[in-house]
Design a protein around this ligand. Structure first.
Ligand code: NAP
Length: 281
């Protein structure tokens, strides 16, 4: 396996833009804390932050990037829209408000957060996102928690392929149908909750693999995600854990260790946080 590094990027479909292979999640990070956590992440070497209107910390993410002194073009920022506003124009205005709140000129990726608004709502959000992209507010657009039928639906009315599908992914929830579909279509798969919100840190197999490499259970799970080809988005508000979660480049999981973790998948996705989303109507 080629050696990974924190600077690794992946190409996004039909654009010269590349996405950093590891992202920093900020769900449940309160605004003041979020500025500090993002600064710690950027200092550590993360160059990709994943926020959402829902998280209430878009402004804090922008503030951290400004305070970091990094060039705007060196940082990849994602945000998300949760629901449509009634028509394409009002939805577009909501997207523009997110971009203004972040205050960095543009976002690198804007996602539909969930597919739960039904076919008309999804189409309204996608058309608004296409307009935002055309006017330069978002470099790339994509989706989150989408199943195969939601992605096929977009093909029915749009020639823009979603750059990314961000879904819950870890050994206990592997979502192989949608992952295989995305790989086939060239859609980058982002893994949210890659460390299962710390709920599996005492799993005996994870612990024994961690001990074998002298790393933490969280590092094992992030490494599994990278070796599967996903873009993991670990979140932490703890400076030590922020560093530790990105310190995953000096060890490699063997085929046997990957297989042991692959075997964790159970029908129904035991450990899933939002298992219903990719199957919603
Ligand atoms: N698109 C969606 O619908 C969706 C849904 C969920 C999440 N996401 C995105 O994905 C990101 C990650 O998902 P997530 O935040 O739900 O879960 P996660 O990254 O799997 O886990 C975060 C939790 O684990 C703890 N933690 C972090 N590093 C740790 C370590 N090394 N050892 C022990 N505990 C550790 C954190 O606490 P501390 O902060 O105290 O370290 C936090 O409680 C989110 O922040 C968000 O950006 C997207």
């Amino acid at each position: 396996m080629p050696k990974f590094s924190i600077q690794d990027v992946l190409p996004l479909p039909h654009t010269p833009v590349k996405i950093p292979r590891i992202g920093f999640g900020v769900y449940l990070s309160p605004p003041n804390q979020c500025v500090q956590s993002c600064l710690a992440a950027l200092n550590t070497g993360y160059r990709h932050i994943d926020t959402a209107k829902l998280y209430g910390n878009e402004e804090a993410v922008g503030e951290a990037v400004r305070q970091s002194g990094l060039k705007r073009s060196d940082v990849f920022i994602t945000t998300k829209i949760m629901k449509p506003e009634g028509n394409v124009e009002t939805t577009l205005e909501s997207l523009r408000t997110s971009v203004r709140r972040i205050g960095l000129g543009w976002v690198d990726l804007f996602l539909i957060h969930v597919p739960t608004s039904g076919p008309d709502g999804r189409k309204e959000m996608w058309e608004a996102l296409e307009k935002l992209k055309n006017e330069g507010g978002a470099k790339n657009i994509g989706v989150s928690n989408f199943g195969v039928k939601h992605l096929e639906e977009i093909k029915g009315y749009s020639r823009t392929i979603p750059a990314v599908n961000q879904i819950e992914l870890h050994p206990w929830l592997q979502q192989s149908e949608i992952v295989d579909y995305c790989v086939k279509e060239g859609i980058v798969v982002e893994a949210y909750a890659p460390i299962v919100r710390a709920r599996k840190n005492d799993d005996p197999d994870v612990v024994s693999i961690a001990e074998a490499h002298s790393v933490t259970p969280a590092q094992v799970l992030i490494r599994w995600s990278l070796q599967k080809g996903f873009v993991p988005l670990p979140k932490s508000d703890n400076p030590e854990r922020i560093k530790c979660n990105a310190d995953v480049y000096d060890f490699e999981l063997s085929d046997e260790e990957m297989e042991k973790l692959n075997e964790k998948a159970l029908p129904g996705g035991e450990g899933a946080i939002c298992p219903y989303l990719v199957n919603c109507p």
